[in-house]
Design a protein around this ligand. Structure first.
Ligand code: DOR
Ligand code: ZN
Ligand code: ZN
Length: 437
């Protein structure tokens, strides 16, 4: 299949590209990036006209939950992949908190097989740090790295490894295998019983809080362990000002730490949890996730962290849950919101449209830097590289609709929100896996 994407604004931070160009693709590889119209005689190419649109390396999400095996009614690998493709993502990393947990070679092979059958986006599995995510016995990292499909990182996401000695041993092993550890930074005891950010809003709603130090105490612990073991450590879903300051400090000291945040942490605050009129305050569980939405001060520091490079990556923590589970009272509903299909538009609207991030800085957060963290040769548009890309109409404004999702779940606080950034095409290895029409 020969394809030419004509006259789009090609943005690829890894090779410092930001210009109008035609992108030629043959057998899944980018074969030429030329001035618009320069190679127009190549009539055998299928043409996609991208005038006024962005052509970017396919987005890469370091943090999703695809629920298969065990909770396929929320999402399975195939539906998760379709949601990813619809959101402009070409590579996703599913977390291992499934049932059973992804903690051995058979489970890694199972995820890889399902991903292969889905035949859509690249799925790079993450293995559990401990067997059954029970926090006591390390899983066999080496075997999972060599498994069919292979893992690309290790994580206990959903909770932290609370035993610091065990976490240190995990980092030593991961370092020897050159695998990064993705840390869900949450102190179990400090967070216990909490359902939203600790503070005035929680108080006014009569809900138990999760304090910022529940996140920060594990963030600093894992920064210290990263320093002492040399293990590449990636801190997941950073939500507080204090964490950003700790990571900034760690980076100034050359500690091998990277960090992600998610769109909800720079778009919303705990104030948004309040629904209903004054005097009739209620909380809606579509605003419930872990870590929770924080204060305005935290939100502003997250943005500052993205701008100054303290926060490297925008991930989604795509966490699908069934409508009936989310319809429970706030305190009983599960934590988590979906994100794959809204991440680009929410982030573009909040960060680029406002002039906070440049297009290149933004695409670094969404594609180039995640690829570097994973050590994969993607996240770049360059001759000779895989043609993983998205064509995006950043001028197109639309309202996020309840019925617009490819995901099996609908648990998002962003229904009805107006955003810019419509994904028009997503391609993986030169194959169209999503098109708007
Ligand atoms: O909100 C969340 N949902 N946070 C997590 O850490 C886990 C995730 C899930 O698996 O639903
Ligand atoms: Zn987590
Ligand atoms: Zn997660």
């Amino acid at each position: 299949m020969k394809l030419c994407i004509r006259n789009g604004l090609v943005i690829s931070p890894r090779n410092d590209l930001e210009r109008l160009a035609d992108v030629y693709i043959e057998d899944g590889i980018v074969t030429a990036i030329t001035e618009p119209g320069e190679g127009s005689s190549k009539t055998e190419y299928r043409e996609i006209f991208a005038e006024g649109k962005w052509v970017v390396p396919g987005l890469i999400d370091l943090h999703v939950h695809f629920r298969e095996p065990g909770y396929e009614y929320k999402e399975d690998i195939a539906s998760g992949c379709l949601a990813a493709a619809k959101g402009g993502f070409t590579t996703v990393c599913p977390m291992p908190n499934t049932k059973p947990v992804i903690d051995n070679t058979d489970m890694v092979a199972y995820v890889s097989k399902k991903a292969m059958e889905a035949n859509c986006v690249n799925v790079l599995p993450i293995g559990a740090i401990t067997l059954g995510q029970e926090g006591s016995i390390l899983s066999d990292f080496e075997a999972m790295k060599e498994a069919s499909g292979s893992i690309f990182a290790l994580s206990e996401d959903g909770k932290s490894v609370m035993d610091s000695l065990l976490m240190k041993k995990a980092m030593e092993k991961a370092k020897a295998l050159d695998l990064p550890i993705f840390s869900h930074t949450e102190d179990r005891e400090l967070a216990k019983g909490g359902v939203m950010n600790e503070g005035e809003v929680a108080h006014s709603l009569g809900l138990p809080g999760i304090p910022p130090e529940a996140e920060e105490i594990i963030a600093i612990r894992d920064i210290l362990l990263a320093k002492n073991t040399g293990c590449r450590t990636h801190l997941c879903h950073i939500s507080t000002k204090g964490s950003v300051e700790l990571i900034r400090h760690a980076k100034q000291h050359g500690i091998p730490v990277t960090a992600e945040t998610a769109p909800h942490y720079f778009v919303l605050t705990d104030q948004d949890v309040i629904q209903g009129k004054e005097g009739m305050k209620t909380a809606d569980s579509n605003w419930k996730m872990n870590p929770p939405l924080r204060s305005e001060e935290d939100r502003l520091e997250i943005i500052k962290g993205l701008k100054d490079g303290t926060l490297d990556v925008i991930a989604t923590d795509h966490a699908p849950h069934h409508h009936e589970e989310k319809a429970r009272p706030f305190q009983e509903a599960p934590f988590g919101i979906i994100g794959l299909e809204t991440s680009f538009a929410l982030s573009y609207t909040a960060l680029v449209k406002t002039g906070i991030l440049t297009p290149k800085e933004f695409i670094s957060c969404m594609s180039a830097t995640p690829a570097q963290i994973l050590g994969i040769d993607r996240g770049i548009l360059e001759v000779g590289k895989a043609a993983d890309l998205a064509v995006i109409d950043v001028e197109r404004e639309y309202e996020i609709g309840l019925d617009s999702f490819a995901s099996k779940s609908r648990n998002t606080p962003f229904i009805g929100r107006k955003v810019f950034g419509q994904i028009c095409y997503t391609m993986v290895d030169g194959k169209v896996v999503y098109s708007l029409e």
